[in-house]
Design a protein around this ligand. Structure first.
Ligand code: EPZ
Length: 430
């Protein structure tokens, strides 16, 4: 009696079928940065004039932020990678929980709404797969600028007192260089009365992109990208055209994909300084890199194990920790990877182990013994960058892998399989 075929009772899960043993070649183009575009979209709330954002990537997170802004009364029109936004009539200052919970970046709206309208009611974003992700610093900064803030039943209700309902400049020192808190305070302070400063500010390139947009809108921000940012409040901001910077994390992901497949690849456009810590580690593990203006050429043969510890910019970015660990699983020798930014950003370890990787995890430190080759397996990415790590690992594995968790992947990578296939991969989306 032939054994009856096992019929999967599970519902259909979208997945990528990735054929391993692949070599990449040619060029991969980089989109606009997700983590910049999201905050620049929120900044559009600061003026009633039309704003044109160029080089906006097509991602589910960007769609989500568009829904958030529509809820507030903002007019939006996508035209390819251009996004026309106008916040002329904001008829809402409240965001529904289900939208905020689905997209943490929606919390970015609190600063601009307070600055523009003097009030905002936004659910706490809560934690996510990688950690608790509190917004204590964001709230501390808004209070310092004069906002009354009440947090009850999971909702942050904020208002600005006084007839003018105008925030007042203040000097703020962050307990930790939080990217979101720096961006929130920056967007609130640009319309405040008087001068503000943010010390221990986050230095990520996305902060500089935001400051450049705000200054193009008529704000007076200086020092962005350094530890101390100074803001001279103005009475109002005007519209402008602005091009989102290239996505350093997408670029780093594809550089690592070239390294794990021992390929030669060209990546552009990219601002090389945005990836210095990553480029150094790629060189340290044996990659040859050539930088020609906004293009990076990578050539990888033998890869040796190197240690990384994630840090705030300009240190090694936490968002490339999982992809880099995938690379280290087939490096020669031992490597130690320590995650210092988030308390739960090691979900990819178990999945890499299922592909044969030799990894010992102690808390947020992983010790990886390189093996000659991973073996393909059905794997699941529990968050955005873990799923990207699964794609990278399966490109070089022996056999055909099935990767689930595309809802995470599509948040941060536009058409990743098409880009890789154009460079020689064999990936099918089901
Ligand atoms: C931004 O998140 C990015 N997201 C993240 O990218 C990125 O990992 C992170 O910055 C760090 O670079 C967007 O820009 C939309 P943080 P954000 O506030 O602003 C702690 C991706 O994969 N913290 O700098 O939330 C916090 O718990 C995503 O694209 C406090 O303790 O990052 C975390 O451990 C993931 N108290 C650390 O700081 C606070 O009040 C970094 O958080 C605020 C933060």
């Amino acid at each position: 009696m032939p054994i009856a075929a096992t019929i999967s009772k599970g519902i259909f899960n979208p997945h990528l079928e990735v054929h391993g043993n692949c070599t990449l070649s040619g060029e991969i183009k980089i989109n606009g940065a997700k983590n910049s575009a999201l905050v620049l979209m929120a900044a559009s709330l600061l003026t009633e004039d039309p704003l044109l954002l160029k080089n906006v990537p097509h991602l589910t997170d960007i769609e989500g932020m568009g829904e958030i802004l529509l809820t507030l009364g903002v007019k939006l029109k996508h035209n390819g990678n251009n996004l026309h936004i106008q916040s002329e009539e904001l008829h809402h200052v409240e965001l529904p929980y289900e939208l905020v919970h689905g997209l943490r970046a929606s919390f970015f709206c609190i600063g601009p709404l307070l600055a523009r309208l003097g009030q905002a009611k936004i659910p706490l974003p809560g934690g996510c797969e990688i950690g608790a992700r509190p917004v204590v610093e964001h709230i501390k900064g808004l209070k310092a600028l004069g906002a009354y803030i009440n947090v009850e039943h999971g909702v942050v209700t904020a208002s600005v007192p006084g007839s003018q309902r105008r925030l007042k400049g203040a000097d703020i020192v962050l307990d930790c260089p939080s990217v979101g808190a720096t961006e929130t305070i920056l967007m609130a302070a640009v319309l405040a009365e008087g001068k503000s400063s943010i010390e221990n500010a986050a230095q990520e390139p996305e902060i500089q992109d935001l400051a450049k947009l705000l200054n193009s809108m008529g704000a007076k921000v200086s020092g962005a990208g350094g530890r101390k940012i100074t803001i001279q409040g103005v009475n109002q901001l005007h519209g402008c055209d602005y091009t989102v910077m290239p996505d350093r994390i997408e670029a780093g992901t594809f550089l690592i994909a070239a390294a794990i497949t021992r390929s030669s690849l060209r990546i552009s456009p990219i601002i090389p300084e945005h990836l210095n810590a990553v480029l150094q580690k790629l060189r340290d593990c044996g990659c040859k890199l050539q930088i020609i203006e906004d293009e990076i050429q990578i050539k990888a043969d033998e890869i040796k194990g190197v240690d990384i510890t994630t840090q705030p910019f300009p240190g090694f970015p936490t968002d490339l920790q999982a992809p880099f660990m995938a690379l280290m699983t087939t490096a020669i020798g031992t490597s130690v990877i320590t995650e210092k930014i988030y308390e739960n950003r090691m979900q990819h370890v178990a999945e890499l182990q299922r592909m044969g990787a030799s990894i010992r995890l102690q808390g947020s430190t992983a010790v990886i013994e390189g093996i000659p080759q991973l073996s393909a397996a059905p794997v699941y990415g529990g968050d955005l960058r873990s799923t990207a790590a699964m794609v990278i690992a399966s490109l070089s594995a022996k056999g055909i892998s099935k990767i689930e968790g595309l809802n995470h992947l599509d948040r941060g990578y536009a058409e990743i399989e098409n880009k890789l296939n154009r460079a020689g991969a064999h990936i099918i989306r089901h």
